[in-house]
Write a protein that binds this ligand. Sequence first.
Ligand SMILES: [Zn+2]
Length: 283
Amino acid sequence: MPELPELDAAVDQLRAHLLGHRLERFDVTAFSVLKTAQPDHASMVGREITEIGRRGKFLLVGAEGRFAVVHLALAGWLRLGQAPAGTPAPTAGPLAVRMVIGDGTALDITEQGRRKSVALWISDRPDELEKIQRLGPESDSIALEEFTDLLDGTSSRLKTVLTDQTVMAGVGNAWSDEILHRARLSPFATASRLDPEQVQALFTALQGVLGDVRTALEGVPLDRVKRTKKSLFAVHGRTGQPCPVCGGTVAEVSYADRSLQYCPACQTGGKRLSDRRMDRFLR
Ligand SMILES: [Zn+2]
């Protein structure tokens, strides 16, 4: 799932290509994607693209006061290129949404598979959409004091706290694994029980990981962002491989419909956590 730093990299590129151009076509080829009936997405056609931004894991494309709000879900991504002629037919292909601007550039929102989880809202007041209203503060701009209060106030596990978008927005499954690894903290540690040093370590890791990824993705073309992202992982998705910090073996815990990776030597004093225990913890 695209998280905060990948979306910020995408926002930079979309701004460079789309800002100041008039929207000439707005095709929704997978109608399940569209979550609002009014205003009609077609009502954005003819308007100039005036704003492109991000809130949490949502992408916002604004045209003279009206916004397309996009959530890329687990497997959605973006593609910029020259628009082919004609209106795309609804198909089982990856294309879910296509926006074409005056110079013929198309922004495609794609997701593999017939069932699309990508979501699109059209709104003049995006900050009033329920999904946006529920978001916590942005993970990359939260202050240490606020972060400390936030951890103090919950008995949830760190993995849950970092990925719960209502607590803080932008970090998902991948970067939370990396942040916890850099902070040398267990994903299963209870947030409110961290000592001040651990809180500081987690805060530093949060800012450090997000900042490093942001730098690494600067100027990387959209079609290479996923690959570059993967190359930055120390533990995420690297079960059984050596930890780049200590050389120990990266371990995995599966729970519900996903999994997390961690280095037992770096993060849990060598202890391996069982799947069943995790499932209960993270519920
Ligand atoms: Zn390690």
